[in-house]
Design a protein around this ligand. Structure first.
Ligand code: GLC
Length: 746
């Protein structure tokens, strides 16, 4: 019988191995290409690749004025520049690089953190959406616009876990939770890198700041960080590992010292964990000047020692400190840094340049037509509005004051943000002269919703930071003429972000007094909070019937807020970070350890872990957020009360929409390991599902738990699960849950 080759084992084997062979062949050819360039390079040219200077388009750190950068590019003394933007500028500098002996293309990097021309909500706001596809879309649009402008590499996502809202960079990450932060880190990396490096709408992602920068003592930016390696591994590193697994092309180290060793000179972080245990094949760039700053840390004596410590610890590229370009050649000649260290760093950098297709065509990202098209893509504006409205958190809505009617006769918009433009963009956004028209203010967003006969009154009332009360009377007069008042108060755009730590995180100026004056009129008041961090605003929280946290929502802020205010979008966001009652509570987070003397409730003061002047609980807990409708949770059903490590546990809970609006709920799953070889948090987020429910409808939400979901780092730094009793919680907030118990056996 004629053998049918098609189904012969040999043919099937060939089918199976071909993709792997191709991948290995591609990798081999990429490595061969890299090696073929490396072997032609002089030591100075290799060091040039490890050197990155700021362009002069914008400065995101202290500027060093020296030398002619264009001359240095022509001599091959620069491998990358940051803060150069636009196809015209990048083309000009790339042309200079092509005049160098090796003609190695430059990499252009920039902080495109939450949008480039179309600004999306700040990352902390996006995290409140718990909507991973939306978060990925935001990064995808940012990369499309940035890559079209000639930029190859974004210094994002920032994946630092932050439990201290005094720290200004809390706005840049995904909040306090490791599980949520890890999923968001991966989503952002995928968004930025799209279908893969080499596509002209893909940018290299950069997971930062490696590591534990968000745990700065006292929430003071750039301050020291000291924690056990166990805490580091369990709480702060997983989002970085998730970013690496998602294929992040690069990492950026951090300014802080960690357990006495600055991150830029920290071989445990960069070599043992990142490049060793995680097998990271990309490259690590230092943060602005951080290599040279090891002198200030008192970790090295001078730039010579700084360059030695950083290179040997695995910092592959030196951003702006000039330590490498001024010292590495001498260090190699003196045997203090082996040429193998230099070659490894340069190969990592060259590999990314090959993957980006820059050796094939150094100008492939310099396409002006694409730049114009993507800088004005209406689909991006639509996306920005979609993501923004999903990021808005409804904190309070007494007597269903919201949503407002579009037929409202007289509405007063009061506060310093009503007609604000760039204050909607937040930190890490750029001012494009012709773009302010693109930013939709609250005033414009509300006006676009109202029926023709509605009368919209306006009064600024006060400035954001100024202490003048001169505008109060006009604001009170406007309120007196209105049927409802919408106030918008908050932080100026430069009050949260890098180097913007605040010891008191309350409304600046006299804004709270303005709110009090308007509430005193007796009119129904809605307050919108515009900020980059959790603020303390207890009087407003206790005395205003409706409160909406609008963060900094970007280009489409006014439209997104109006969508929520008038019910065209039912708010669904949930807080990704705890809101303290006062600064004295900080750090405050939901996944705390129980202690030996846990307080039974907020009023328990009987020799327990509590304050005599304040409840322990936060003002608003992690995972909290209201809807215009309401959801009720049935009892938890478990597939079995006892399960083995080889089995799965099915956790079910029925959720009913008991209100009058269709709505979306983020159903959260937490566990608690009741007894561990190290103490375990009272709750740990281990899953969530976003469900859409029509009013009156119900659905059963199902989660699968495995023994691996119960793992933690023990005191030997082993990542293990331990048999024992557990609790499982399901609810719409970390503080409002149904619970059940189960046991994991050996
Ligand atoms: C800044 C920031 C970092 C940023 C870099 C380049 O100091 O710490 O997040 O990517 O410098 O702007």
């Amino acid at each position: 019988m004629k053998s049918c080759l098609l189904f012969s084992p040999l043919f099937l084997l060939i089918l199976l191995v071909t993709p792997f062979y191709n991948a290995i062949a591609q990798k081999k050819s990429l490595d061969q290409k890299v090696d073929s360039v490396l072997r032609l390079m002089t030591l100075d040219e290799k060091i040039g690749q490890m050197n990155q200077y700021n362009g002069d388009w914008a400065a995101t750190g202290p500027i060093t004025k020296d030398g002619d950068k264009q001359e240095q590019i022509k001599k091959g003394m620069l491998g990358s520049m940051l803060n150069v933007t636009g196809t015209d500028h990048t083309r000009t500098l790339q042309q200079l690089a092509m005049q160098s002996r090796m003609k190695i293309p430059l990499l252009f990097g920039q902080d495109i953190v939450h949008g480039y021309r179309t600004i999306f909500p700040i990352p902390l706001a996006e995290a409140a959406s718990w909507d991973l596809p939306a978060i990925e879309l935001s990064a995808r649009v940012a990369a499309t616009e940035g890559a079209a402008a000639g930029i190859h590499w974004t210094f994002a996502p920032m994946v630092d876990i932050a439990r201290d809202p005094r720290w200004g960079r809390v706005m840049e990450g995904a909040g306090e939770d490791t599980y949520l932060g890890s999923l968001i880190a991966a989503a952002r990396v995928k968004g930025f890198q799209g279908k893969g490096l080499g596509n002209t709408d893909a940018m290299m992602a950069c997971a930062k700041h490696f590591a534990a920068y968000g745990a700065a003592v006292a929430g003071r930016d750039y301050n020291s960080v000291d924690m056990s390696n166990r805490q580091l591994l369990e709480t702060y590193l997983p989002p970085f590992e998730a970013a690496a697994k998602a294929g992040a092309a690069t990492f950026m180290n951090s300014f802080n010292d960690l357990n006495g060793v600055p991150a830029s000179g920290n071989a445990y972080l960069q070599r043992t964990i990142l490049k060793g245990q995680w097998g990271f094949k990309g490259f690590v760039v230092s943060d602005w000047g951080s290599i040279g700053e090891m002198i200030n840390h008192g970790f090295v004596k001078d730039n010579y020692e700084a360059a030695m410590a950083a290179a040997n610890a695995g910092s592959d590229m030196d951003m702006e400190s000039r330590s490498y370009i001024q010292n590495l050649a001498k260090l190699v000649k003196e045997g203090k840094v082996k040429i193998a260290v230099i070659d490894d760093a340069v190969k990592r950098i060259l590999r990314k340049k090959f993957e980006m297709g820059l050796f094939d065509d150094p100008f492939r990202f310099c396409n002006e037509a694409r730049e114009n098209e993507q800088s004005n893509n209406p689909a991006h504006i639509t996306a920005a509005r979609e993501v923004a409205k999903k990021s808005i958190v409804l904190l309070k809505n007494e007597k269903q004051l919201l949503p407002l009617s579009k037929d409202v006769k007289n509405i007063a918009l009061i506060g310093p943000f009503v007609k604000a433009k760039s204050d909607n963009l937040g930190f890490w956004s750029y001012d494009w002269p012709d773009d302010t028209a693109r930013i939709v203010t609250l005033w414009e967003g509300v006006k676009s919703k109202l029926a023709a006969g509605s009368n919209v009154l306006y009064a600024k009332g006060c400035e954001i930071k100024d202490t003048s009360r001169a505008g109060f009377s006009e604001a009170v007069a406007a309120a007196m003429q209105a049927d409802v008042v919408v106030m918008t108060v908050g932080e100026a755009r430069d009050m949260t972000g890098e180097a913007k730590s605040r010891s008191v995180i309350r409304l600046p100026g006299v804004q709270e007094e303005l709110v009090k004056a308007i509430v005193a009129t007796g009119k129904p008041v809605v307050v919108l909070m515009s900020a980059g961090r959790p603020l303390v605003f207890n009087w407003i929280a206790d005395n205003v019937p409706a409160i909406v946290y609008t963060w900094w929502l970007g280009t489409q802020a006014g439209n997104a807020i109006a969508d929520v205010l008038f019910g065209d979008y039912n708010p669904s966001a949930k807080l990704p970070i705890s809101f303290p009652r006062t600064e004295g509570q900080i750090p405050i987070y939901y996944n705390y350890y129980n202690t030996g003397r846990p307080a039974k409730n907020d009023s328990d003061l009987n020799y327990v872990s509590s304050y005599i002047d304040l409840p322990n609980s936060p003002k608003y807990p992690f995972g909290f957020g209201l809807s215009y409708t309401s959801f009720s949770y049935g009892d938890i059903e478990l597939s079995k009360p006892v399960f083995k490590p080889t089995e799965k546990l099915v956790v079910k809970c029925t959720v009913i929409n008991t209100g009058n609006y269709d709505g979306e709920e983020t159903v959260q799953l937490y566990i608690r390991d009741l007894v561990g070889s190290v103490v375990r948090p009272v709750k740990e987020l281990k899953g969530f599902k976003k469900i859409q429910l029509k009013k009156g409808a119900s659905t059963t939400v199902e989660f699968i738990l495995t023994a691996n979901d119960l793992r933690f780092y023990n005191d030997k730094l082993q990542y293990i699960f331990e048999p024992g009793d557990f609790k499982v919680f399901v609810g719409g907030s970390s503080a409002s849950v149904k619970e059940a118990g189960f046991t994991l056996v050996k």
